[in-house]
Write a protein that binds this ligand. Sequence first.
Ligand code: ADP
Length: 301
Amino acid sequence: MSISVHNLTKYYGEQKAVNDISFEVQSGEIVAFIGPNGAGKSTTMKIITGYIADFEGTVQVNGLDVRTQALDVKKIIGYLPEHNPLYLEMYVREYLEFMLRAYEIPPPFTLTIDAVIEQTGLQQEQHKKIGALSKGYRQRVGLAAVLIHNPKVLILDEPTTGLDPNQIIEIRNLIAEVGKERTILLSTHIMQEVEAICNRVIIINNGSIVANDHAAGIKQSAAKPPLLVEFLEATSLADLQTISGAGVVMHISDNRWLIQAAGNDDIRKHIFNFAVQHSLTVLSMHEQEKTLEEVFQQLTK
Ligand code: ADP
């Protein structure tokens, strides 16, 4: 079960919301789709799920064309839209039965509903009205509804937004669990989530893809991280600025300094040469790795 997006462009009137993007999500992958508000994430997700048919390019889910085979695509896809729209007056079990009927799945429903309720941890809440549930449990109901027809592809648009930290971890674990045998495209603003559960990250900005790699690869490909260097002896900013290839130099504390390369060259050997020439002892030197958050800011500002 895969997702394939080729040269996708989407205009709303005059405004270009998605600008010629292409990417693939392979069977079994959990891919994070991240970007600032307005970047084009929801629009892309609505197109993949067959809810927007007016676009340029080719989008396929498991080889099915989302424009001409939208109904077939909806049968194999589970889509949790942003803000998780639910019928608050319905009871949890009633709502799940309603969803099964909407998918035209023949009764009996009991076993299917029981299984999904157990999978999403809704046993205690299954006889309550959805409107009476906390936000975390409503999100579980949304996920239960997404899973009810056992889709192999999940499109989850900000599934943890608005939840408290405990609820975020619970929903994240649930997604990781159901993702073991499914293909997932997930949008989020939480970088720990990306690192915790996603195999790959696609960053979109102003409708264009600016990065598509494993989290570690994205962090490495961003400009060289600064070096945190500790000397045994005192030295000065003016002296350190003479190191060949050094850019910004910052004093951290005592004899600890942060040295950023001006270009993409590895300046560690120049730092050692400098230390020898100035009779300094290098106690430690390591790259101050960027967080995914910092790389995200760098790529999307
Ligand atoms: P994201 O999900 O990354 O926040 P969206 O896909 O919702 O981004 O929006 C991308 C751009 O398209 C934004 O500038 C947004 O204002 C615009 N947009 C989204 N939906 C519509 C719509 N129905 N009509 C007009 N413009 C829209």
